[in-house]
Ligand binder design. Structure first.
Ligand SMILES: C[S@@+](CC[C@H](N)C(=O)[O-])C[C@H]1O[C@@H](n2cnc3c(N)ncnc32)[C@H](O)[C@@H]1O
Length: 201
């Protein structure tokens, strides 16, 4: 049987730093919905280290969903649910369980702005008051890139797809507040990335 696992090398570089933040911001129990799980390597890593939580991975791409399922089987973690097909822009998210937190790592700059708005709208609808929305990735701050490498990455993204690009954190925060989230906490991460976590107001 072919091995459906995909390998995204960046996940090995950023997963420990992200996990350290998640230990602080995730609730003590419940289901954590991951949007845009990609290969699934993050989901199984977080699940292994946070065994008191259940993880619900998702991705719109069936090849990624096969990879997530393959990583779950390969690592034999028991707290990762079957991946679901979920596009953040879907008006109704097909959630089998109500999440107590929503994670979205490295999606909003590699998708049209409508995906960010869908993410914020869907997460606000899915979470109860106090529920956590965690974002990770590169952001512009105060209208400028935080590093030369992020500026180059942004130009590369926009060259690949004009609707992609590193977002302004302030614009994301404004949209999140309009969707029903409180002022976020932002943590500088390695390699010029940011962790941004919001609570549902
Ligand atoms: C760069 S990958 C990041 C994957 C993973 N989170 C990681 O950090 O390795 C971007 C992911 O966003 C997903 N994606 C793109 N558009 C999306 C959308 N509208 N809704 C949900 N996921 C989307 C892609 O399928 C892909 O898995």
């Amino acid at each position: 049987m072919p091995d459906a696992r995909r390998f995204a090398p960046a996940t090995e570089r950023n997963r420990t730093a992200i996990l350290d933040v998640l230990r602080e911001v995730l609730p003590d129990a419940g289901c954590v919905l991951e949007i845009a799980s990609g290969s699934g390597e993050h989901a199984v890593w977080f699940a292994r280290h946070l065994p008191h939580l259940q993880f619900q991975p998702s991705d719109p791409d069936p090849v990624n969903r096969a990879s997530i399922a393959a990583w779950t089987a390969h690592t034999a973690v028991t707290n990762v649910l079957e991946p679901i097909a979920l596009d953040a822009t879907d008006p109704d998210w097909p959630l089998p369980h109500r999440p107590s937190a929503v994670l979205c790592i490295n999606m909003i700059h590699i998708a049209p702005w409508s995906a960010t708005l869908g993410l914020l709208r869907g997460a606000a609808a899915a979470l109860s008051s106090g529920g956590v929305l965690y974002l990770y990735g590169p952001f512009r701050r105060g209208g400028t890139h935080t590093s030369e490498s992020n500026a180059m990455f942004d130009a590369d993204l926009r060259g690949r797809n004009a609707s992609w690009g590193v977002r302004d954190l302030e614009t994301v925060v404004d949209a999140a507040q309009a969707a029903g989230f409180a002022v976020p906490t932002t943590i500088a991460m390695p390699a010029n990335n940011q962790s941004v976590f919001f609570r549902r107001a």
